[in-house]
Design a protein around this ligand. Structure first.
Ligand SMILES: Nc1ncnc2c1ncn2[C@@H]1O[C@H](COP(=O)(O)OP(=O)(O)OP(=O)(O)O)[C@@H](O)[C@H]1O
Ligand SMILES: [Mg+2]
Length: 388
């Protein structure tokens, strides 16, 4: 048995997918939130939810469909149960008010009360029908409780004219003269930009981002950064740079001390709740004990507090679950600033991105005139067929 932790590029994910489907003969347990990968590889889904583990046969699409069906069934049964309850109660009330105290009336009332008591569906079996008889075990149908929806709201940076935020003009870069990673790179980023970056591990995606934010300088060409633009960059391994002994409140206060008054602290606490880090405990929980997803939310909260004009995310979904990835997609689509995104998550990229580039010695814009989904699929095909 072996355990693998991945930060793999699309090329390697596709190779792994192929290997697992065609060659691997053992049992595979995979923890992943990559919808495309899971749909290709898994035969069963174990859903860990509200402290219990339920297994569903089939892939993620099937799993989502079954969850939806279960939800609808539970809502339908609950409605029927409540209608029946109301009906029986009405009968009892009505006849009690009418003062029908004879032996027969009292018996009927008692029988209705007994039914009311035992209202529910068969505990065993399919649970589709109401009990035909009211003897034996009955199971009360509970009202369907939606999971708390994960919502991410990225603030409007506002007040910025629509000139470019960053421009790359014929940029070349290599850490050493022998190994040039980028040549003739051209890119313009403004508030409307939704730029996606793809490419093999080690091709220079994170390096390109460092050039965009001005952390490193090009060997040739020019990077122009608008001095009035606020740029936030969530680095690939940002979570590992969080102080494990700190907590979300301390982390925020360190970056945004304000006047350190109670009012500032309250405001930060309220703000953290927008990123699923609310309540009494989470804002003060030691970072070392937080989950990957929670740490990722903290990094996002800290980055967005100052309302950036440009948000750069380097592999943001590695720690995010399906729900939070959906929330991120929605937030990025509605965000009023520019976005640069490095990701191998096809779902995220194709939902958010308007321009897709491959870093491959230069910055190559994927074929124009296609949707992002088509361009991504073409790229995938090229990778599989060894053209990339
Ligand atoms: N500070 C550095 N000094 C020298 N070489 C570096 C430095 N940082 C990165 N490199 C090298 O530059 C190349 C590009 O690295 P980079 O981190 O930009 O790749 P990447 O495309 O982001 O990869 P991944 O998909 O794995 O995140 C790699 O070969 C890497 O080893
Ligand atoms: Mg990288």
């Amino acid at each position: 048995m072996s355990r693998l932790c991945t930060d793999l590029d699309l090329e390697t994910v596709l190779w792994l997918q192929n290997y697992l489907i065609k060659k691997f003969k053992g049992t595979l347990v995979v923890v992943s939130h990559d919808r495309y990968f899971l749909n290709e590889v898994v035969t069963d889904v174990c859903h860990f939810h509200k402290s219990s583990l339920t297994t569903y046969r089939g892939d993620i699409n099937n799993f989502t469909a079954v969850l939806e069906e279960n939800k609808n069934r539970q809502m339908r049964l609950y409605e029927q149960q409540e209608a029946k309850r109301e009906h029986l109660q009405k009968y009892i009330d009505l006849h009690a008010q009418a003062g029908e105290n004879g032996v027969k009336a009292s018996k009927q009332r008692k029988s209705r009360m007994k039914k009311l008591d035992k209202l529910g569906v068969m505990a065993a079996g399919e649970g589709r029908k109401f009990k035909a008889s009211y003897d034996g075990e009955a199971q009360e149908i509970e009202a369907y409780e939606e999971d708390e929806e994960v919502v991410l709201n990225f603030p409007d940076p506002g007040g910025f004219d629509n000139t470019s935020i960053v421009t790359l003009d014929r940029v070349a870069f290599g850490y050493t003269p022998e190994k040039i990673l980028l040549k003739d790179a051209e890119l313009t980023i403004d508030l409307q930009s939704r730029v996606g970056l793809l490419g093999r591990n080690g091709c220079g995606k994170s390096t390109l981002i460092k050039l965009i934010v001005g952390a490193i300088q090009p060997n040739k060409g020019k990077v122009s950064i608008n001095g009035r633009a606020k740029i936030e960059y969530l680095a690939q391994h940002q979570l590992e740079q969080l102080d494990p002994d700190s907590n979300p409140m301390e982390h925020m206060l360190e970056r945004y001390p304000g006047d350190r008054s109670n009012a500032t602290k309250m405001e930060l606490r309220r703000y953290l709740a927008n990123y699923g880090l609310g309540g009494d405990e989470l804002p003060l929980q030691k970072i070392s004990t937080m989950s990957g997803g929670q740490k990722c939310r903290l990094c996002m909260a800290a980055a967005l507090y100052r309302k950036p004009h440009l948000l750069i995310l380097d592999e943001p979904t590695n720690h995010l679950d399906l729900e939070t990835t959906e929330a991120l997609i929605k937030a990025l689509k509605e965000f009023k600033g520019g976005v640069v995104l490095v990701s191998h998550d096809q779902h995220l990229l194709t939902k958010v991105i308007k321009e897709l580039y491959v870093v491959d010695g230069t910055l190559e814009k994927l074929r124009q005139g296609m949707t992002e989904g088509e361009a991504f699929n073409r790229y995938k095909k090229d990778v599989v067929q060894g053209r990339r």
